[in-house]
Write a protein that binds this ligand. Structure first.
Ligand SMILES: [Mn+2]
Length: 447
């Protein structure tokens, strides 16, 4: 059914049942999450349903809540398909009438007689790093019709959006990548993890990786390239072997010089997945999807993924505006640094929706690697806090989820997330008390 992809029998059975349910559905409803993976999953699903000549109604949701279930319950749907959500909210899904399907890679609560769940966790597969909503949706799509392999590049962009490509695609994602490469929908090659039309732009417009002293400073980049005799206007892909290696070593040295962790420096050379039909890489597509999601233009993301050229141009404009703002803010952090406590460092962010991204990049590329970073933004009477650490700090005992939860609850706020990345919301007036508590708790964790 799905080319060379090998799945546990029970898992392919669920996909087959799901196909039958979708084919026999009357009023068909699809709900997906607004991040890059969710939009990619929605695009793959839409592509497959359009090929089936099926009518359907798609909604992108910021998250799963009771309001969403109430809305769906009122609609009189025959079949509802949840993408990138649902497995954690099985009780609510069971309350819906008709057929309910969830293609999700988040940790499931339990199996359900009522809800058809395609979730890798039920089949001893890793849903955190090796399968995401968009790659699961692709499996369903190619079970419906093998021609849907043409949608594989979108699914792979979704996996990149969920950061599952770090250190190379693995597991189910890898199987999909291999099959898509065989079918020539994707070309994968190891190369510098940079974008942009020329070497100069690739470096001066790069926020991830962020090169201290070079990112956002084209004049400095021009001088840097001249010192290596590299022509600034050459497209990155056309650099010959000698200069490509030279550039790679020099950029690695710079990252080391600015204090990046070895695992960050290693990411400078990655497996780039080129999508010939779209003339961009899976990482570029993931960036565009992220830009669409963050600025409430999810349907643009779906249209662009399915090949609409105008939508692609619009998404490019959204994305470059977002990158411009991000660059400006990162350059500010580079020159101002962060406020230092003994065990944490923090800075203020004006644009609250950018706080998470800024905090992560500042932690990884700019600030002191020995302390987790907090980014603070004021929204109304609340102080929103994004926290980021490094894998290395986590291996030393850092648990930002636990620290944020305790520190926030101490000042009548709330917080949580993952050990390496988490968030909290606290009353504005409690800023100092919260940071003091974080400093204390993190200090004990890292002792
Ligand atoms: Mn996801």
């Amino acid at each position: 059914m799905s080319g060379s992809v090998v799945l546990p029998a029970e898992f392919s059975d669920i996909l087959k049942h799901t196909c039958i349910a979708i084919r026999s559905a009357g009023r068909l409803r699809v709900v997906s999450h607004y991040d890059a993976d969710g939009i990619a999953a929605a695009a793959v699903m839409s592509g497959a349903l359009i090929r089936e000549d099926r009518q359907f109604h798609l909604t992108m949701a910021k998250g799963f809540d009771e309001a969403l279930v109430t809305m769906l319950a009122k609609e009189g749907n025959d079949t509802v398909v949840f993408l990138d959500m649902g497995s954690g909210q099985i009780e609510s899904l069971e309350k819906l009438e008709g057929t309910v399907i969830a293609l999700d890679h988040h940790k499931p609560v339990r199996k359900s007689k009522k809800v058809l769940q395609a979730n890798p966790h039920f089949h001893d597969m890793d849903g955190m790093n090796e399968a995401c909503a968009s790659t699961l949706t692709l499996l369903l799509a190619v079970t419906l019709d093998p021609s849907n392999w043409s949608l594989a590049p979108i699914a792979l962009a979704g996996a990149v959006g969920d950061r599952q490509h770090m250190g190379g695609m693995k597991g189910l994602n890898r199987q999909i990548l291999d099959e898509a490469s065989d079918k020539k929908y994707v070309e994968s090659q190891k190369s510098l993890n940079l974008k942009g039309s020329t070497v100069l732009k690739s470096i001066s417009e790069s926020v991830d990786p962020y090169f201290v002293g070079l990112s956002g400073r084209p004049d400095n980049v021009a001088a840097f390239l001249e010192s290596m005799n590299v022509n600034a206007d050459t497209p990155l892909g056309s650099l010959d072997e000698f200069y490509r290696r030279k550039l790679t070593s020099m950029l690695s040295l710079r990252l080391m010089g600015q204090g990046c962790r070895p695992e960050t420096v290693e990411e400078l050379v990655t497996e780039v997945l080129w999508i010939p039909l779209m003339d961009l890489s899976a990482a570029d597509l993931a960036d565009l999807l992220n830009a669409c999601g963050r600025q409430d233009h999810e349907s643009l993301g779906v249209a662009m993924s399915l090949g609409n050229r105008e939508a692609l141009e619009e998404a490019r404009a959204l994305s470059s505006e977002y990158n411009r703002k991000l660059m400006e803010n990162l350059m500010k952090i580079e020159s101002n640094g962060a406020e230092q406590k003994d065990h944490v460092q923090y800075f203020d962010v004006e644009d609250a929706p950018m706080a998470g991204a800024e905090c992560g990049l500042a932690m990884q590329y700019i600030l002191d690697q020995s302390k987790p970073t907090l980014a603070l933004s004021v929204v109304g009477k609340k102080l929103k806090v994004s926290g980021r650490g490094t894998k290395h700090l986590v291996s030393k005992g850092l648990d930002l989820a636990a620290a944020m939860k305790r520190a926030a609850e101490g000042v009548r706020g709330n917080g949580g997330g993952h050990a390496v990345a988490s968030g909290a919301t606290v009353p504005v007036g409690k800023k100092d008390a919260f940071i003091g508590a974080m400093d204390d708790i993190v200090g004990k964790q890292l002792r």
